[in-house]
Design a protein around this ligand. Structure first.
Ligand SMILES: Cc1cc2nc3c(=O)[nH]c(=O)nc-3n(C[C@H](O)[C@H](O)[C@H](O)COP(=O)(O)OP(=O)(O)OC[C@H]3O[C@@H](n4cnc5c(N)ncnc54)[C@H](O)[C@@H]3O)c2cc1C
Length: 303
């Protein structure tokens, strides 16, 4: 086995790449393994990420961060990590290639939004043109006074519809036929004038400016649709090492982004908290600094 390196980061989204930039600038050896499905890559143009008055496309932001990481010596590997094991010299990951041993690991593996039943090309075009959006916190501003629908299930969809009501008075909540709506939630949406429809949207098409679909026999059209169907949380590797999780499957960490497994840290959307680029970057800075200090506590980092 080669000499152990300081940190293996799994996940090359805003969290993973921010941590790589920090760690490389701490003069630590860092490798990032990423299989290229960052949620940020789907962002046509973010307007709420600070420092970009004209906005920036998610893919461009990631390219800048990769360039910055490489500039300071971070190694970027492409490929999916299937397995992560601990050994006497540290952590070893297996995927397209074996990587390790690493003295520490940062999991920045993110989540994936569950999608409505929309063919991929149409989904991509709807996302590109803002007729399909996944994050009201990110881009509710862009649908100010527009005709908006939330399609989803349960309390999460109700909360999202009420959040969007602060941007427009034309909000429709579309719940599955058998989806339970508590009296309290029914009262909440009535109070703020949110329309309710029941049924599973299907037969999606894109018109000149709107997105169209059928709900049962009804044809509906909106300027923008927000799916609120939950997410797949990519915390399998943490679970395989016995890390503590929330009921939803997010990784539990302390104030320094440490998990309960020695040497294992986590940051970004895969950790409980606000799913935002700024938050992922903030957690990554905290994690990288804790990794640096924890390594220095074992073996002084001297130039
Ligand atoms: C359509 C859309 C618009 C958005 N708009 C905004 C916005 O305007 N502003 C904002 O702040 N946020 C926005 N977000 C949210 C933002 O993209 C996320 O909060 C952010 O990307 C989280 O960063 P992350 O690094 O935690 O996870 P991600 O960016 O999802 O990165 C995780 C990475 O880990 C990789 N990975 C996972 N498992 C493995 C494995 N086993 N092996 C190798 N690689 C793995 C994935 O491929 C991915 O590249 C938006 C999201 C979407 C979907």
């Amino acid at each position: 086995m080669p000499e152990a390196f300081d940190c293996l980061i799994i996940g090359g989204g805003p969290a993973g790449l921010t941590a790589a930039i920090y760690l490389a600038r701490f003069h630590l050896s860092v490798t990032v393994a990423d299989d290229g499905n960052s949620r940020a890559r789907q962002i046509p143009c973010t307007h709420n990420h600070a420092g970009f008055p004209e906005g920036i496309a998610g893919a461009d932001l990631l390219d800048r961060m990769r360039e910055q990481g490489r500039k300071y010596g971070a190694r970027l590997l492409e490929g999916h990590v299937d397995e992560l094991v601990t050994g006497p010299l540290g952590f070893v990951s297996r995927g397209r290639e074996v990587t390790g041993p690493a003295r520490t690991v940062l999991l920045a593996t993110g989540v994936t939004n569950r999608r409505p039943d929309v063919p991929e090309p149409l989904h991509a075009e709807a996302l590109r043109t803002g007729r399909l959006r996944y994050c009201p916190v990110c881009d509710g501003y862009e649908v100010t006074d527009h005709d908006v629908a939330v399609i989803g299930c349960g309390a999460r969809a109700v909360t999202e519809a009420i959040f969007l009501r602060s941007y427009t008075d034309r909000v429709t909540l579309i719940l599955d036929q058998d989806d339970e709506l508590t009296e309290q939630d029914a009262d909440r949406i009535n109070k703020v004038g949110i329309r309710l429809a029941r049924g599973r949207p299907s037969e999606f098409t894109l018109g000149a400016n709107q997105i169209h679909f059928a709900v049962g026999q009804r044809q509906m059209a909106f300027d923008t649709v927000y799916p609120s169907l939950g997410s797949e949380i990519h915390s399998e590797l943490a679970a395989s090492l016995g890390a503590a999780m929330t009921d939803e499957g997010c990784i539990k960490v302390d104030a320094h982004q440490r998990t309960n497994v020695p040497g294992l840290y986590a940051a970004g959307d895969v950790v409980v908290g606000l799913d935002q680029i700024s938050h992922a970057m903030g957690e990554a800075g905290v994690a990288a600094t804790a990794i640096r200090n924890d390594l220095a506590a074992v073996r002084p980092i001297l130039r």
